[in-house]
Design a protein around this ligand. Structure first.
Ligand SMILES: [Zn+2]
Length: 91
């Protein structure tokens, strides 16, 4: 399984960073279950609220595009810890 390395901007990983790493695993798992790029997958909201358990259905292809643009996946009205997610390096 590919390891993902997150480079946090200010040392500590935020809650959003942790949810992001979970979502990346969800994306990888969904791909292994042969979800197509256009099938919606329930990703976790990447907001700053540690109690948030909202799912945001997004296609895998759209989620990977989001990783490339370095934006958070957020439920409507939810806010992330930081403006920009850390860079995720596939390795
Ligand atoms: Zn949220």
């Amino acid at each position: 399984m590919a390891k993902l390395v997150f480079v946090a901007q200010s040392g500590e990983l935020t809650h959003s960073d942790e949810v992001r790493s979970s979502n990346v695993r969800i994306a990888a798992a969904a791909q292994s279950f042969r979800f197509g790029d256009d099938n919606a997958v329930p990703f976790l909201c990447e907001c700053a609220d540690i109690d948030c358990q909202q799912f945001v259905p997004v296609a895998i292809g759209a989620y990977y595009a989001l990783l490339d643009t370095r934006e958070w996946l957020l439920a409507p009205g939810h806010m992330a810890d930081t403006l920009e997610p850390p860079r995720a390096a596939h390795g």
